[in-house]
Design a protein around this ligand. Structure first.
Ligand SMILES: C[S@@+](CC[C@H](N)C(=O)[O-])C[C@H]1O[C@@H](n2cnc3c(N)ncnc32)[C@H](O)[C@@H]1O
Ligand code: SF4
Length: 338
């Protein structure tokens, strides 16, 4: 069965066997305005009835929303089968919002520094369950939502088809109307899917979570390194950069682990000749095992990176919402303890 929020207008036209114009009007009502099928304007009743007969209902239920001191707002949402996920509303320039969405409930990849990894995988989300997170946050906001990042729970490239369907629904001019270049898909490094993504020529921003450039260190932090080792990952990044330009690399900084001069040197060697944008981000400690770098440690690492990656932008990323566990790597589907 079809869910009306689960694809873009073209997908809806194809799956429901209706004209593209009618599909655009329906997508406009459901995704564009957050309404229902029957609110679609200028679509004949016979067409609406035909679509309704193929459609499954389903919505997300809010369990709670909590506000962090820095303006981040975290939503704990239940899927129709009771599985729980989170979405985060991120303020941008006091004028816009970006929504961080989950692509899976939990995650199978088990990165040692990530709270979601501790959960294990419950299941992958359907495309409408991803789009509905953005619609839920948008309905709760007075400012426009102008960006989406697939950086919540889960590994987007282990739910590839649904993630791409959702991304196209979100950038559809009749649907979410979000500029495709402001939709970021972040992967821990599922190499075959990065290659497929590159070959298919999608225009959403690809982000790769690197976090270590020394294989044994990466293996200890990110078990995905065992299946898809750094040299293969970097080849896939190089291929992507050759076609689409600079690739964003996320680097979770953990004091005493991956912010030494040898780590910067390994990054320089590994990424030599590849246009990248490095986003270092201080680890949000969820386990009590990891410490973010002090300002002094960060300054040293930043200077080493500037030497080792000449001409490559290095943009430290702020991960907000820490007091309410809305920050990167802190999403673990728990209701707030009272
Ligand atoms: C939660 S992941 C979801 C997307 C995808 N699974 C990935 O790993 O890229 C989004 C980003 O959060 C980062 N992250 C995970 N745990 C973190 C933590 N404890 N502190 C800071 N960032 C973290 C990841 O490295 C990744 O770049
Ligand atoms: S960082 Fe990403 S891949 Fe790793 S456990 Fe967390 S959600 Fe999964």
């Amino acid at each position: 069965m079809l869910h009306l929020a689960g694809q873009d207008s073209r997908g809806l036209a194809r799956k429901a066997g209706i004209s593209l114009d009618d599909a655009r009007r329906i997508t406009g009502a459901v995704i564009g305005r957050g309404g229902s099928l029957r609110e679609a304007r200028n679509v004949r009743r016979e067409v609406l009835d035909r679509v309704a007969a193929q459609t499954t209902p389903g919505e997300l239920t809010r369990i709670e929303a909590v506000d962090a001191q820095d303006g981040f707002r975290k939503y704990l949402l239940a899927l129709p089968d009771g599985a729980r996920i989170e979405a985060v509303r991120i303020p941008l320039y006091d004028t816009h919002h970006v929504v961080c969405v989950s692509s899976q409930a939990g995650c199978a990849l088990g990165c040692t520094f990530c709270a979601t990894g501790e959960l294990g995988l419950t299941r992958s989300l359907r495309s409408w369950e991803i789009v509905a997170q953005v619609l839920h946050v948008r309905a709760d906001s007075t400012r426009p939502v102008t960006g989406v990042v697939f950086m919540g729970q889960g590994e987007p490239f282990l739910n590839y088809d649904a993630v791409l369907e959702a991304a196209y629904a979100l950038c559809d001019p009749a649907g979410g109307r979000i500029d495709a270049r402001r939709i970021s898909i972040s992967t821990a490094g599922v190499v075959p899917m990065i290659r497929r993504y590159t070959a298919e020529g999608h225009k959403f921003r690809l982000c790769v979570s690197l976090t270590a450039a020394i294989p044994w260190k990466r293996r200890a932090l990110m078990p995905v390194e065992q299946g898809f080792p750094l040299d293969e990952l970097v080849d896939a990044i190089r291929e992507h950069a050759a076609v689409r330009g600079r690739v964003t690399l996320e680097y979770v900084m953990i004091a005493g682990v991956n912010v030494g001069p040898e780590d910067a040197a390994a990054l320089g060697q590994l990424l030599s000749g590849i246009p990248v944008r490095l986003n270092p981000i201080s680890v949000n400690d969820v386990t009590g095992r990891f410490r973010p770098p002090t300002e002094a440690e960060w300054n040293l690492f930043r200077d080493a990176l500037a030497r080792e990656l000449p001409g490559q932008p290095i943009v430290r990323r702020y991960s907000g919402g820490q007091d309410e566990h809305a920050a990167c790597g802190m999403l673990a589907s728990r209701a707030r303890e009272r």
